[in-house]
Every structure is written in structure tokens, then in C-alpha cells.
Design a protein around this ligand. Structure first.
Ligand code: BZD
Length: 833
């Protein structure tokens, strides 16, 4: 009624009950014991590491929630413009360590746990990764919400609460990848707050009818309930704590009572099962679109629930609907949430009765779209027939939008029918398809790529027609970034402590350009020694992990050469393993005396292949089998070790990245939109071996070209080379005798029967779409320079390493998120007191 008195009851009693965040060690141990006793219903004598983790997480969660409440209350009161990040993936990894660091409570918790007989390390290690993402795109979303909270931006994420995250990868004895499910919620998730009262109804199927003035009615079909689960996202050294709202699917009504009463139990639960299926599992494809009906259902379910939530919150401000774009901006993480565009149109036109043209004005001032790839196989297209079945009203809206749009194209480019066909939201052909990228561009006020080169390729290739039509100002670049909290402070305490000690404060964690201050010390032998010691420490830590998990001893004094990322032909793990075989053959041909002069290397691979990507899986199998042969050969002992570490994850990345001397980012030029692990390795003082692609280019600009190892053809050459391969192929024997020898060695049966590898070898001999044969010699050359730089002048190498870290300021996700806030979202920061 608006007349009630808040708080109810006695205000002093309420205040006395409030807990504050500035706990001392005593409060912390009390809170942990309290959770062991009452939340977990266990006791001092039967609590293991997992239980201790759960209780510790619950204790830390209380602090997060207190800040979360404060933040959300401030937003409600001050009504700032808010940004929403719609991402089908949030690759969070573990939360506890990050939460304790951001809260500034890590040391106190460590002391408290010690008093209770646990080490913080064991407790942290008991947490399971939240792997609700495939790779770069999902991890970027996680870095961005971290930076949003740290920079005090009113930013919420919206995602799906998959019951099964990214599959677990096992490696069979023959080297093949096997997949096991990832039931990550089995031990319950202490970081989520179920909001069983925050729900949305989502309709599928049914019937759409057109009324006058563009309006329509959508009815019938099946309704599914979306239930919210909130996950607090703390900023670093601030109270500002944002939110990711994850939606979970429930049947609208328990189950069909009629069938149940009629004794047809199967029928009764069928619909309820199919509803819950929507949020069952993350699709494990990266950079490849899966045209599955369930995937489209996931996308709509999530867009519809999120928009209804955003609309409800907006309406609570009491503003007229025309004000919507001044209060709300929605960032689309790739085309996956493009359905939010016709959905907002539907809400405005059909439900809010806003005239069509006014509604379109609102929509096109609300959305901004980030593209993450120019690979044609990744561009989303959905069959019109599937839309007709699941989203009939949205199909009408898309057709209507297309009709007006194509008319304006025709006005601007009279008679250019090819252009119209390319720009249409609908692709004609055997069965019409809806082009989600075209729809996303049409419905957004800004479009951005994720690194300079990539954004330029977006403007000049896949979206060229749209640049001609809308003008270039709409098409921007925001180079990706990474959070230095997780990707240096948390994963690399040895280096982080040295940096803080050297710079005199931890301010660099929130202003990464301050790392420049390290340059003053780059030539100081004492500092260099400490720098090298931190790296050595991280390599030993990794060597220990390898010993524990694979039973293999690696020499932590050797150069650690690491390539970790999704397995994909365009990322060219193949080039790396072929280079390894070349190195092995070279060693084999040496005398024992010569071998003593070889720079010892440990080559490490990790990454998952999409379960349906046969060639990627074959590449894993090749890597594993090459490793087996080399690691067992006395001729290579101590100078070359090759390992594939199974089940790559955020947590494994946190262990690998600080331990690298050199890391490989060797995609065919023009194919890797940005890459973000390249930034993580360099921030941790590893040097980069790479192609002139994605963010490698900007990293080199920052750290100096003398500090990176570049090789390979450049982007403008790629098209012509592919043309040559297709129409004037040259035998590998002629193009690169070194590569020919390697392929021959593979076909000799040394690594297993030739018939296994033949399909792989053929991709290089015939067509060679990813230009392995064109770049191979140049790659070997670069590798040789790496060897020389590492052995001939170790001190110079350390200096390069220091310079690299010191000049990585640009790549903080704080910079990236502030660019979005200022240049795209037009949004201000808001301090939480
Ligand atoms: O996005 C990646 C790009 O390949 C990287 O170059 C870039 O750095 C990151 C962040 O911008 N793309 C993905 O990770 N894409 C996917 O994972 C994906 C998932 C589902 C469907 C399509 C793509």
C-alpha cells in the first residue's frame, strides 16, 4: 500500500541482528564451525576437506551477500542506467579463492582454517570448477563481470544454469578423447542463491495471429517456467558486488494430472521432463554452430526470461516505456542471444501496445552486439521451419522487419539485387534460413569485434554490406581483456608478491598500467634473480602436478613450451606437433655429443575437442602417440618431453599459465578473432610465439616486437594461398622438404598404424586449408630463434620476460569494460557505500 512502516517491529533489534563484513579471525572460525554444525549437520570429528570447503564457502558467501544487498539497494534507490551482459556461457572456474582475495579476507581465512586443522590450500582444492562455457567466449564473460564489479559499473550477467557443464575429457589408452558428463551441481553449489519466487513464463509453439498495425497475438503451445538462481560477483577491494542471474527450466505445472489419474504415468511426466531438459546441458561446440532444436529452445528460453526480468525491473522505476533505452543497455555476447531483439519487439508491440515504429526505435537504442568470429562455419543460421514450429510469432516479426529493411536497402542501393540477397535476414535456398548475425546487426546500435585486426575483418568482409548501409561509425573495436586478479594475483602468488613488493603497493591490480614501474628494475641482477625464482617455483609446482596425475617426471629446468586452448584445425595444434616431430627427427640424427648442446624442452598440450569434431580428436590422438614414442626414447631423454594433459579447465590453466617460458598462439592469419590466453601467458612473464593474428598483434605493439617471436604468412596473403592450393597445388616435397620428411615419418608407422593418420596427413597434402605447408619452415625458423634466445643469453631472456609483464597494462579487462561503458553503453560508475 506504500503506507507500511519499514522495518517492521523494532528497528534496534533489526540493527543488532545485522552482520558486518569486517570480521576478525575469531568471527571467521565461529562462522565456519556454525556452518559445519547447522548447514552441513556435521561435527568436528567427521568433517573432511570437502566439508570444510563447503562450510568455508558458506561463511565467505555471507560477506558477499551483505555487499550484494548493499549494492542492489543502491541501484534500486539511485536508478542508474544499467548494463546487462547476455551470455550463453560463463566459464567461472572456482570461486572461493577469488572471493576471499576480492574481499581482502584471504589471510584471515587461512589463519582461521589453520586453527581448525585445515590448510587453505586443501580447502581451495576441494572446489569443483563451474565450467558453464566452452572456451574464450565464456571465460571473457567471466572476466567482464569481475571487472564490472571492480570498476563499480551497474552490470548484471544473464545466463543459463546448466545441470551439466563442459564434459570431462578422458584420454583412452590408444590416445583417443573420451567424454564423461560433468554433473557439477551434485555436491550442491554454495555460491548460488535460489530465487524460487523470481520466475518467468516462457512459451513455445502454439499459434500466432496478426492483428492490425503490426500487432499480434501468440497463444497455445507449451509454457515452461524459468526460475532464477543468483550468483554474487564481488569486485576487488570495493563493496560493489554484482550479479549473474542464471535461469533454470521447470515444468509450468508439476505434471499432467489428467494423464496421471488415468494411470498413464509416462505421459504425465513426459512434458514435465521435456521442460526441464532445456537447461540440462551446455552444447560443447566452440566456433561451430549446432543446428539443434534444443539449442534454439535454450536460446529463446534464456532471452525471454531475461527480458521479462529486465522489463519488470524497469517498470518498477515508474518511468514511461519510451525511457527504456535511457535506463537499459543490453550487450549481446555473439549471436546466441539475438532472439532478444524480436522478443523485445514482441513485448513492446503485442503486450505494451507500443506502435511498431516507436517500438523499433526503442529496440535499436537498447542492444549492442559483439562478434567473436569470422569463420563461416560458426555463423548461426536457423531453419525457418524450426521457427515456424517453436516461435511462430517471432517469425512473423522477423519477416516484417525484413520487409521494411530490404525496402530501405533498395532505396539506398537501387537495383543491387545481390546486395539485397546478401543483407536479407532470410537466406533463400533449400529451405529458408534465418541469419542471426544480420538480425543482430540490424537490431543493434553498435557492433564490435574483439581485437583491431578482427574488427577490421568484420568491417571489410562478413559485414561489409552493413558498413556501406549504416556507415562505419556503428562498427567498433573493443580489444578483449583479462582480469589481473584471477590471472596473476590468484594464480601466481609468487610473481604477484614480488611485483607488490617491488612497486610498493597492490594498486597495480586495479590499474594494470602501473606494471610499467617494473621497467626501472629490469636490469637489476637481484630483481632478475627473484623474477627467475618465481618462474622456477611455478614450473616446479606444475612438475609436481604432472608427477601426481600422469606419473611422469619432467625436468623443471627445461624450457616449458605450452599450447593450451580448444583443439581446432584453425588453431593449428597440428603445426605444433609436426614441429615436435621435426625436432625429434633432428635429435635422432645427432651424435650423443651434439645432443648435449640441445636446449631441453618440455612441450605441453591441453584442450578439448568438440565430441563431434572428428579431425580435432584425431589430432589429440596424434599428439598423445607422438608423446609416447618420444618420452620412451633414450635418445630424447632429458632433451625432449611431450605431454598431453587431459581435461583442460580454468583451474588447470591457473596452474599451467604461470609456468610457461614460451606459449604458442599459432592460428592461420585472420582466423583467431583475438585470443585471450595469449594475454594471460604474457602477463605472467611467458614469452609469445605466434602468428600475426588476433590480439597477438596488439600484444607485440605493447611489449615490443623484439620481445615476441612472430612467424608465418600475413592475413592479406591467405586468400591467394588458398586459391593456389586449390587450383595450382604444389607437392609438399617441393614446398617444404622438412615437412615432407615429417609426414613420411608419421606414415612410417612409428606412432601407430599409418592408416590411422592418413586422413590427417591428407588434409595437408590436399587442399591444406589452414596453410600448414606454407607456414611450416617459417615456424621452424621461429622455434630456432626461441632456442637460441633461451640458451645463449638467459639473463636477456629474463629481461624480456620482465618487459613483457611490465607492458601488459592494456590487456586488463578493466580497460575493456570501461571502454564498453564509455563508448558503447553510455553508462556511469556508481560507488557503493
Ligand atoms: O572468443 C572465441 C574466439 O575464438 C577467440 O579468438 C576470442 O578471444 C574469444 C573471446 O572473444 N570464441 C569462442 O570461444 N567461441 C565459442 O566458444 C563458441 C561457443 C558456442 C558457439 C560458437 C562459438
Amino acid at each position: 500500500t506504500g503506507k507500511e512502516k519499514w522495518p517492521r517491529g523494532d528497528e534496534e533489534t533489526w540493527k543488532a541482528g545485522l552482520r558486518s563484513v569486517d570480521a576478525d579471525v575469531n568471527d571467521i572460525t565461529k562462522s565456519i564451525v556454525h556452518h559445519i554444525q547447522t548447514s552441513l549437520a556435521r561435527q568436528a570429528y567427521n568433517i573432511d576437506n570437502l566439508g570444510a570447503y563447503q562450510a568455508t564457502a558458506l561463511a565467505a558467501r555471507e560477506d558477499l551477500i551483505i555487499n550484494w544487498n548493499q549494492t542492489q539497494m543502491t541501484y534500486t534507490r539511485k536508478q542508474p542506467k544499467r548494463a546487462y551482459y547476455l551470455s550463453l556461457e560463463f566459464l567461472m572456474g572456482r570461486t572461493l579463492d577469488n572471493a576471499l582475495l576480492n574481499l581482502g579476507l584471504k589471510e584471515k581465512f587461512e589463519t582461521g582454517l589453520d586453527k581448525l586443522g585445515f590448510t587453505l590450500e586443501d580447502v581451495l582444492d576441494s572446489e569443483r570448477d563451474a565450467a558453464l562455457g566452452n572456451g574464450g567466449l565464456g571465460r571473457l564473460a567471466a572476466c567482464y563481470v569481475d571487472s564490472g564489479a571492480t570498476c563499480e559499473i551497474p552490470l548484471w550477467g544473464y545466463g543459463l544454469r546448466y545441470h551439466y557443464g563442459m564434459f570431462q575429457q578422458l584420454i583412452a589408452p590408444d590416445g583417443s578423447q573420451l567424454e564423461a558428463p560433468d554433473p557439477w551441481l551434485d555436491n550442491s553449489n554454495p555460491w548460488e542463491i535460489p530465487r524460487l519466487d523470481v520466475t518467468a513464463d516462457v512459451r513455445f509453439g502454439g499459434h500466432a495471429e496478426k492483428l492490425d498495425k503490426g500487432r499480434g497475438i501468440w497463444s497455445g503451445g507449451q509454457e515452461v517456467l524459468a526460475v532464477a538462481y543468483d550468483c554474487p560477483i564481488p569486485g576487488s577491494d570495493t563493496k560493489s558486488t554484482n550479479n549473474i542471474r542464471f535461469w533454470s527450466a521447470r515444468p509450468r505445472r508439476g505434471f499432467d494430472l489428467q494423464s496421471f489419474n488415468a494411470g498413464d504415468y509416462d505421459r504425465a511426466v513426459e512434458t514435465s521432463n521435456s521442460a526441464a531438459n532445456i537447461t540440462n546441458v551446455l552444447y560443447p561446440n566452440d566456433n561451430h554452430y549446432a543446428g539443434k532444436s534444443l539449442r534454439l529452445q535454450q536460446q529463446y528460453f534464456w532471452c525471454a526470461a531475461s527480458l521479462s526480468d529486465i522489463m519488470r525491473r524497469f517498470k518498477n522505476t515508474g518511468q514511461p516505456i519510451s525511457e527504456f533505452p535511457n535506463h537499459v543497455v543490453i550487450q549481446l555476447n555473439d549471436t546466441h542471444p539475438t532472439l532478444a531483439i524480436p522478443e523485445l519487439m514482441r513485448i513492446l508491440v503485442d503486450e505494451e501496445e507500443v506502435p511498431w515504429d516507436d517500438a523499433w526505435q526503442i529496440v535499436t537504442r537498447t542492444f549492442a552486439f559483439t562478434n567473436h568470429t569470422v569463420l563461416p562455419e560458426a555463423l548461426e543460421k536457423w531453419p525457418v521451419s524450426l521457427f515456424q514450429q517453436l516461435l511462430p510469432r517471432h517469425l512473423q516479426i522477423i519477416y516484417d522487419l525484413n520487409w521494411t529493411f530490404l525496402q530501405s536497402v533498395e532505396r539506398k542501393f537501387p537495383g543491387d539485387v545481390d546486395k539485397m540477397a546478401r543483407m536479407s535476414l532470410i537466406e533463400e535456398g533449400h529451405g529458408q534460413q534465418i541469419r542471426m548475425a544480420n538480425l543482430a546487426v540490424l537490431g543493434s546500435f553498435k557492433v564490435n569485434g574483439v581485437a583491431e585486426l578482427h574488427s577490421e575483418l568484420v568491417r571489410t568482409t562478413i559485414l561489409k554490406d552493413f558498413v556501406d548501409f549504416f556507415g562505419v561509425d556503428k562498427f567498433r573495436n573493443v580489444t578483449n581483456g583479462i582480469t589481473p586478479r584471477r590471472w596473476l594475483d590468484q594464480c601466481n602468488p609468487a610473481l604477484s608478491n614480488l611485483i607488490t613488493e617491488t612497486l610498493g603497493s597492490r594498486a597495480w591490480l586495479k590499474d594494470l598500467y602501473l606494471l610499467k614501474g617494473l621497467l626501472e628494475h629490469e636490469s637489476d641482477p637481484t630483481f632478475q634473480k627473484k623474477w627467475a625464482a618465481a618462474k622456477a617455483n611455478n614450473k616446479e609446482r606444475l612438475a609436481k602436478y604432472i608427477k601426481n596425475t600422469l606419473g611422469v617426471t619432467v625436468d623443471s629446468k627445461a624450457m616449458f613450451d605450452i599450447q593450451v586452448k580448444r583443439i581446432h584445425e584453425y588453431k593449428r595444434q597440428s603445426l605444433n606437433i609436426l614441429g615436435v616431430i621435426h625436432r625429434y627427427l633432428t635429435i635422432k640424427a645427432m651424435s650423443p655429443e651434439e645432443r648435449t648442446k640441445v636446449t631441453p624442452r618440455v612441450v605441453l598440450f591441453a584442450g578439448k575437442a568438440a565430441p563431434g569434431y572428428w579431425m580435432a580428436k584425431l589430432i589429440i590422438r596424434l599428439i598423445v602417440n607422438v608423446g609416447k614414442v618420444i618420452n620412451a626414447d633414450p635418445d630424447a631423454k632429458g632433451i625432449l618431453t611431450v605431454l598431453f594433459l587431459p581435461d583442460y579447465s580454468v583451474s588447470l590453466a591457473e596452474l599451467l599459465i604461470p609456468a610457461s617460458d614460451i606459449s604458442e598462439h599459432i592460428s592461420t592469419a585472420g582466423t583467431e578473432a583475438s585470443g585471450t590466453s595469449n594475454m594471460k601467458f604474457c602477463l605472467n612473464g611467458g614469452l609469445l610465439l605466434g602468428t600475426v593474428d588476433g590480439a597477438n598483434i596488439e600484444i607485440a605493439e605493447e611489449v615490443g616486437e623484439e620481445n615476441v617471436f612472430f612467424f608465418g604468412h600475413l592475413t592479406p596473403a591467405v586468400e591467394e594461398l588458398r586459391y593456389q592450393h586449390r587450383y595450382h597445388p604444389m607437392p609438399v616435397e617441393k614446398k617444404s622438404p622438412a615437412l615432407a620428411a615429417v609426414l613420411e615419418d608419421i606414415m612410417s608407422g612409428r606412432y601407430g598404424d599409418a592408416s590411422i593418420w592418413e586422413p590427417f596427413v591428407n588434409t595437408i597434402r590436399q587442399g591444406d586449408y589452414y596453410l600448414i605447408s606454407d607456414d611450416f619452415d617459417s615456424y621452424l625458423q621461429a622455434q630456432k630463434m626461441v632456442d637460441e634466445a633461451y640458451t645463449k643469453d638467459p639473463q636477456q631472456w629474463i629481461k624480456k620476460s620482465i618487459q613483457t609483464t611490465a607492458k601488459m597494462g592494456k590487456f586488463s579487462s578493466d580497460r575493456a569494460i570501461m571502454t564498453y561503458a564509455e563508448e558503447i553503453w553510455n553508462i556511469e560508475t556508481l560507488k557503493i557505500n
